[in-house]
Design a protein around this ligand. Structure first.
Ligand code: AP5
Length: 222
């Protein structure tokens, strides 16, 4: 088996999305970002989007049953060329559902990549984040666009996500520590956890993850 089935884990703003963009290019992996999928549903005002909106705007989590269904459909749609899941699972029931459903399909997870950073670092990163409607991400200080408020890649205006205001970020961090951080031990106990220091420069974080995945892929081929 040479497919890589991976998840990205870590607090909001640790740089999961930033790294996912680079890794999917490196390894040709289908990218499945739960936050992006949910925001699409909200924008298109689907039934799921209407239900998800209130939870997302409050900094809480969308109910497990809704997210599990959405992700499993997406994994099946992508076929069996591997995947990089960003933002799923975020609770132990979501992790159990993923393991169970992959097993039914004769597949398994290869690694859980934890990009970690302390609360003060992620608070500064998220509140300075700006992005265009095509999802290109910047930071007002750490990664500014060439022209203020305009995307370098497509000229679209840059906006702040509605859940990126400081009070919402504080609630998202609380949710992370209560509901998602237990997954660190969960994957460590199963021998799947790989830790990366998300406070380092994004190029360094990327190099470290890429080297780990290259080794993992070689091991899978043996
Ligand atoms: P989601 O969109 O997944 O948000 P998140 O996990 O909170 O993650 P973020 O997108 O905020 O951060 P990131 O780690 O990707 O950081 P980024 O790379 O952008 O989820 C949103 C909501 O949807 C949730 O709150 C929840 O309600 C719901 N939801 C999603 N999944 C769910 C699930 N499974 N179950 C239930 N509900 C769910 O980087 C942040 C900033 O820092 C950027 O400006 C970037 O330029 C900068 N930066 C990145 N890396 C570095 C670096 N190394 N150095 C300096 N700056 C950096």
């Amino acid at each position: 088996m040479s497919e890589l089935n991976l998840i990205l884990l870590g607090p909001p703003g640790a740089g999961k999305g930033t790294q996912a963009g680079r890794l999917t290019e490196d390894f040709g992996l289908p990218y499945i970002g739960t936050g992006d999928l949910l925001r699409e549903h909200v924008e298109q005002e689907t039934e799921l989007g209407r239900e998800a909106k209130q939870h997302m705007e409050s900094g809480g989590l969308v109910p497990d049953d809704l997210v599990i269904k959405m992700i499993l459909e997406k994994i099946d749609e992508e076929g069996d060329d591997g995947f990089l899941l960003d933002g799923y699972p975020r609770t132990v029931p979501q992790a159990d559902a993923l393991a169970e459903e992959l097993e039914k399909r004769g597949r398994r997870l290869n690694a859980a990549l934890l990009v970690d950073a302390p609360d003060d670092v992620v608070m500064e990163r998220i509140t300075g984040r700006r992005q265009c409607s095509n999802g290109h991400v910047y930071h007002v200080t750490f990664d500014p666009p060439k022209h203020d408020g305009v995307c370098d890649q497509d000229g679209k205006p840059l906006n702040q996500r509605s859940d990126d205001k400081p009070e919402k970020v504080a609630k998202r961090l609380q949710t992370y520590h209560e509901k998602t951080a237990p997954l660190i031990d969960y994957y460590d106990e199963r021998g799947l956890l790989r830790r990366f220091d998300g406070t380092r420069d994004k190029v360094e974080v990327h190099d470290h993850i890429r080297a780990t995945l290259a080794t993992l892929r070689l091991e899978e081929r043996l």
